[in-house]
Design a protein around this ligand. Structure first.
Ligand code: AMP
Length: 314
């Protein structure tokens, strides 16, 4: 089943306590597209500069990501530089150079317009809307954003959110978007902005999904080695949307399975810098980690805890 993603394709400079890389391939659409490519046909919309190498295009080709919608313009490719501290929680952004994104106006190839599933990766909310306006009648629209846009273009972002079914966002960003420190209250406020489901990404603590009155929680996979959290959110979204596009049936159960698949892809991504691990993962490894996740969170057959509760009630 096919999936469309619009977002950034970037060169990143990243420093973590375990090392530093400069000018490596990154970008929200890149991480999303490669993660989703294990499950669905991905059509990518983005722009790069004339400094973008053919070698980087190969990554998309080998993962059969359709790049008909990847525009090449004269100028420099989007560049982001950031750093993570020892808790590897949130990046401190040192620089965001929009470069060719500054004048980008996405134009969808005709073959992209009927895509049923859409992911608006982290990018200017005005561009996200322009893409939606060119789509025929998408069945499911998911969206990501970040503090850069929450602070820089709040009105435009809220307009985009009116057309979104699922928002995936970090917990600090959810609080900021809703101007509400309590995450439950923040979720209710965000659901009132348009999305019918909200996924709050909590880094090494996993993710929460709010829909209607329900909340679903999943931990992150406890890894022996985490090198670089860059792209964790986008590879999560790629696994999540790729899985949904694959089963093409959105129910409470498939949403929960998709959240686990998103967490699986994010867990691989953080094991190496850039896309070094994500690009090389195998289907057996994906299935094995999905099972490991199930074991991690499974507690239905360990008893109900009733005795302890009765003791407290005496
Ligand atoms: P994530 O860690 O999943 O939030 O995403 C990391 C990727 O987002 C990096 O590879 C960056 O190139 C990209 N990125 C950072 N800031 C922005 C921004 N303002 N707009 C679009 N993409 C960005």
């Amino acid at each position: 089943m096919s999936l469309l993603v619009v977002g950034s394709v970037a060169f990143d400079d990243v420093r973590t306590p375990f090392g530093e890389v400069r000018g490596v391939l990154g970008g929200s659409a890149t991480y999303f597209g490669i993660a989703a490519s294990y499950f669905a046909d991905v059509n990518l919309v983005a722009v790069v500069g004339d400094d973008f190498t053919d070698e980087s295009l190969d990554l998309f080709r080998t993962h059969r990501v359709n790049i008909d919608g990847l525009e090449r313009r004269s100028g420099k490719t989007f560049r982001w530089s950031g750093e993570y501290g020892f808790d590897l929680k949130e990046a401190t952004t040192h620089a965001t150079h929009l470069n060719v994104f500054e004048t980008f106006e996405p134009k969808l190839p005709a073959s992209y317009r009927a895509c049923p599933y859409v992911f608006l990766a982290n990018i200017d909310p005005v561009l996200q809307r322009q893409v939606l306006e060119q789509m025929e009648a998408p069945e499911l629209v998911a969206c990501d954003t970040m503090n850069f846009w929450i602070e820089g273009k709040p009105k435009e972002l809220k307009e985009t959110l009116r057309h979104v079914d699922i928002l995936t966002i970090n917990d600090s960003e959810a609080r900021e978007l809703a101007s509400q420190p309590n995450i439950y209250e923040a979720a209710q406020a965000i659901l009132a902005m348009g999305p019918s489901a909200l996924i709050v990404k909590r880094g090494e603590y996993g993710a929460l999904m709010f829909n209607e009155e329900k909340v679903f929680a999943i931990p992150a996979y406890p890894l022996e080695a985490v090198f670089d959290p860059t792209g964790a959110g986008d590879s999560f979204a790629g696994g999540f949307m790729g899985y949904l596009a694959n089963v093409r049936n959105v129910t409470d159960a498939t949403l929960r399975q998709a959240i686990i698949m998103g967490s699986v892809m994010a867990s691989f991504n953080v094991e190496a810098f850039s896309l070094d691990r994500l690009r090389a993962v195998t289907y057996d490894e994906i299935l094995e980690r999905f099972k490991a996740f199930r074991r991690l969170v499974h507690f239905e057959d360990i008893g109900s805890g009733e005795l302890a509760v009765q003791r407290l009630m005496i």
